[in-house]
Design a protein. Sequence first.
Length: 258
Amino acid sequence: MVLESFVVGEGDVPTVMLHGFLGTGRNLRSLATAWSAADPSRRLLLPDLTGHGTSPAPQANSDLYSMARDVVDTARAQGFDGPFDWVGHSLGGRVSLAASLHVPEAVRSVSLLDIAPGPVPGDLSESGKVLGILLQAPARAENRRAMRAELTGRGLSEPLSDWLLMNLVTADSGVHWRFDRQALAELHSRVNGTDLWAAVERKDGPPTRCLRGDRSKYVTDADVARMVAAGCPVEHLPEAGHFVHVDAPKEVLAWVMR
């Protein structure tokens, strides 16, 4: 499956950058643009992952491995040859780890932005809480302001509501969601339950590293110890939360360039 995507940079070092759950490729545009400016050798692909943005909806059996294959198919369609560097935030990081297991010929390295290889517990999943509110919201509203009120009225913060509203489509009858919310809910439960430690702990895998936002709960101290023991270095951003590229853009740029 070929996904909706765009490319930043004209270099010959192929790189894919993958967003988190309920996001789109645009979430990482600022980081990609800064990286390309600082390192013109890069050519960066930013897709909307399967079921996200304007990419096709997930199939009934879609999982992290099929999502990784979709990214590779999209990269090949864009002329990306050989293996490439994978940088993934949250869900995007888990897709990157799945790629290193399922399509290793397409993976040169993996950089994880605040995500660990193990299954994501339901009580730690911020995206799960947001998804729950999203499922309660109406399918359509008169305008963006009305849909924003529906989200904030259910307890979602204004910044998160505004982020979700990027997925609205305007039509004659008002606004409606671009994605299939129920299909995403089913995908969410499948991808969060997948154990990907083999991608980090096998001996012949590509170089893998992790950047943790210390104000986030997604990467635990036990995860850090296990990753480091497996040869996957973990760097810390003490003041950053889960969205490390938003909270500490300069530090994240410096890290991905190392």
